[in-house]
Design a protein. Structure first.
Length: 229
C-alpha cells in the first residue's frame, strides 16, 4: 500500500520500487545509456551501480552500445535502454505506457519479444497500456478494456474477443463481414502466440484494415508469471 489517506500513509514515489517505461523514452540526453540506467540503481552502493547497469543493458542486448548517448541510438534502442533502466530499480511492479507506439512495426515486434522474455525472467506483475489490440493478444494474460475511463470488460483476451456480444469484440469488429474477418485475425494471432505457428501469422496491415473506422478505446494488458491479474 503506497497511499492511504485514512491511515495517513504516503510512500514517496522514489521509494515505491515501480519501473516505468513511457512511449517517448524519457532518457537524460546528456548521459550515456549506461549512466541513464545507473540513475535508476540508486538503491545500490555506488561501487555496484556500474556493473549492475551493464548487466541490465546486456539483458536487453545493448551492452555494446553502453557508452553511446541517446541521440546516437535508434528509437528501438532508446526504448530498450528505458526498459533496462526500469528493471534496474529492482521493481515490484513494471508499468509500460504505450512503449511500442513511437517505433516502426519491425522494431515493435522485437520489443514485444523482449517483453515476453522479461515476463518469463522476472517474477513481477507487468501492466501494459496500449491502443493496439495486437499487443493485448500477443502479450497479455488479462485484458482490461477501458472506454471513457471506465472498465468495460476484463478477462483473458481470447475469451473477450470470442464473446460475440462482448463490448471489446463489438468495439473491434463491429458487425457483419468485418466482424468475422477481425475474429479470424484474432484466432490466427492467438495460434501464433501459443506456438501453433512459429511464423507471424497475419500481415500487420490486416489488423489495420480490420480496425479501420473504430472509435477510441484503450487496453490495459496485465501480465504476471503467477497468472494473477
Amino acid at each position: 500500500m503506497w497511499m492511504d489517506t485514512a491511515a495517513a500513509r504516503f510512500v514517496p514515489a522514489r521509494d515505491r520500487r515501480i519501473g516505468l517505461v513511457s512511449q517517448h523514452y524519457a532518457l537524460f540526453p546528456h548521459l550515456t545509456a549506461r549512466r541513464n540506467v545507473m540513475e535508476a540503481a540508486l538503491h545500490l552502493p555506488r561501487s555496484n551501480r556500474y556493473d549492475a547497469a551493464g548487466e541490465m543493458l546486456d539483458r536487453v542486448g545493448l551492452v555494446d552500445l553502453a557508452d553511446r548517448l541517446p541521440g546516437e541510438l535508434s528509437g528501438g534502442q532508446r526504448q530498450r535502454v528505458a526498459i533496462a533502466r526500469a528493471l534496474a530499480r529492482d521493481p515490484v511492479l513494471l508499468l509500460l505506457d504505450e512503449p511500442f507506439s513511437a517505433v516502426d512495426h519491425p522494431t515493435r515486434r522485437l520489443l514485444r519479444e523482449l517483453v515476453e522474455e522479461i515476463r518469463a525472467s522476472f517474477a513481477i506483475p507487468i501492466i501494459l497500456v496500449s491502443h493496439d489490440v495486437e499487443d493485448a493478444l500477443r502479450l497479455a494474460h488479462t485484458v482490461c478494456f477501458l472506454q471513457d475511463g471506465i472498465c468495460q470488460e476484463i478477462g483473458p483476451p481470447q475469451t473477450l474477443l470470442r464473446k460475440r456480444d462482448g463490448k471489446l469484440a463489438r468495439w473491434i469488429g463491429g458487425s457483419g463481414e468485418r466482424a468475422l474477418y477481425t475474429r479470424r485475425c484474432a484466432d490466427q494471432t492467438m495460434r501464433g502466440r501459443n506456438g501453433m505457428n512459429s511464423a507471424w501469422p497475419i500481415r500487420t496491415s490486416a489488423w489495420h484494415e480490420a480496425l479501420s473506422g473504430t472509435s477510441s478505446g484503450e487496453f490495459h494488458d496485465q501480465h504476471d508469471r503467477t497468472g494473477e491479474a
